[in-house]
Structure formats: C-alpha cells, structure tokens
Design a protein around this ligand. Structure first.
Ligand SMILES: [Zn+2]
Length: 271
C-alpha cells in the first residue's frame, strides 16, 4: 500500500498536473529585503509593504481584495502624491489596487500589477475621506472622466484631475501612466507645454482611474523594465489611431498568447 502511494505521489509530481498555489491565496508578504522581480505582467515582489487604509491626502478602497501591497517606492510615491493633493486641493486621493502580498497574477481585473510597481488611482478626489471606502463598494465606481461617446471629457473632469496627472508624470520615479485616449487627446489640445504628456500612455478603459507604473527600483536587479516610451509627446498619429474604426471595434480572439514562464525567483516565493 505504502509503495502504491509513493508511486502515485511520484506520478503526480512528475506529470505536471499538480496545480501551483494561486498568488491570491497567499496572505503575507515574502520576508526579506524589498525587491521587485520580473515584469508588471509576469512577476512578483519580495518584502512588499502594505499601504495603510488612510494617510495624509489618501484613502485606500476595497481593502477586502487584499491588493494594497507594493514596493516601498510605490508606497512612498502614493504618500507624496497624497500630501501634494492635500496641500494643493485640500482633498484626498482614492486609491485602488496595488499588488497582492507577494504580487503575481490576480484572479480578476488585471493582467499587470504583478511586481509591486503598479497602482490604480481614481481621478475623482474626495473631501470626505472618512467613509469613502463605504461610499464606493465594488458595485459603485467613482465617475468616468470621459463621455459615453468616448471622445470628449465629462463634466467631472477639472483642474484637480489635470494637477494629479501633472504631479504624477513629473515624478522621476514614475515610468508611465495609462489613461483613456480621450483624456490624453484633450490634454494634447489644451497644454502649452506638451513635454510632460510623454509619460501618459493611451489605453482602453482608464477613464475613471489612471494607472501609474513606477520604474524598476535600484534595489531590484531582477526587475524587468518595459520597453521605453517612444520619443516625443505622443500627441501624434499613434494617438489618432485610438479614435479609428479599427481601435474602437477590435476584432476578437485573434491573438491568444501563451502564458509566459514565471521567473524562477518568483516560483521560490510561492513556497
Ligand atoms: Zn491598473
């Protein structure tokens, strides 16, 4: 009997049917010094820090998702942006997802946010941080900054939102920021100095929140940086494409990419 069991065990180990533990089931950060490993879309993080539920100029929403962990640089960035918003606008940021305690793939919502360097921030600010978490449950997102036609800004957009993006884009720790194409185009049209718009990358969605991705920190040699953003402000044909028929009605199911292999250093964090 014992022999059969050990054979079965051997079989299950070698046949590759053993499912790895999902990252979302891990409740604690990996011990050790902070290090982002791999890329935003295929990575993990060691020594992640939790973002507190509240601080000067920020409040973190939907804590039950347990996606409020990040590299200390991400936490510091949020704190600094929060302070700037408190001072300049007398309001607080609504912070969405960062990463899971050890990063990795999430079961829903995002492909990225895996190595502790991504954070979603709602465009809407709040003057009542206490109770904000209750006012915005999963079923109720803060408002969109883009009208239903997908081409122009809604009445919720204002100077405060421009300030947020400007402040984040000017931060040297920030690599890029994903925003809805309509937001980028509106800024391309209104800004005198378009230099800072370079970091704003048009992407689907991102009309109620923007997504900040930080650069690989110095303490993270295994962090994989995304290909650099092309030169220039991006207020060009590449932006115009987003308003074409092709972009607005993408053909479905043509590109089913295989899942990339997880970096070896991340596999170790799963144990
Ligand atoms: Zn995001």
């Amino acid at each position: 009997m014992k022999k059969i069991l050990s054979w079965m065990l051997l079989f299950s180990l070698t046949s590759g049917t053993a499912q790895p533990i999902p990252w979302s089931k891990i409740r604690t950060p990996a011990p050790g010094p902070a290090a982002s490993i791999g890329s935003a879309a295929n990575g993990c993080i060691q020594g992640a820090q939790p973002l507190p539920a509240r601080g000067t100029g920020f409040v973190s929403l939907r804590r039950h998702r347990n996606r409020y962990y990040g590299h200390p640089q991400t936490i510091a960035f949020i704190r600094d942006l929060g302070r700037a918003v408190a001072q300049h606008e007398g309001a607080s940021l609504l912070i969405g997802d960062l990463s899971q305690p050890r990063g990795g793939r999430m079961p829903s919502s995002h492909r990225s946010h895996q190595n502790g360097l991504d954070v979603d921030i709602w465009f809407q600010l709040t003057h009542r941080p206490q109770g904000a978490a209750r006012r915005y449950p999963e079923s109720k997102d803060p408002p969109s900054m883009v009208r239903a036609d997908g081409r122009s800004l809604s009445q919720h957009w204002g100077k405060a939102q421009r300030f947020l993006l400007y402040q984040a884009a000017m931060d040297p720790r920030v690599d890029r920021i994903f925003v809805n194409p309509a937001i980028k185009r509106a800024l391309c049209r209104s800004e005198q100095n378009r230099k800072w718009l370079r970091k704003l990358r048009p992407w689907w969605g991102h009309d109620a929140h923007f997504h900040v991705r930080l650069r690989c920190p110095k303490d993270s040699p295994d962090c994989r940086r995304q290909a650099p953003i092309p030169k220039g402000s991006g207020c060009d044909a590449s932006l115009a494409w987003w308003f074409s028929e092709e972009a607005r009605h993408p053909k479905k199911g043509s590109s089913k990419k295989a899942r990339p292999t997880l970096p070896a250093a991340c596999r170790r964090l799963l144990h």
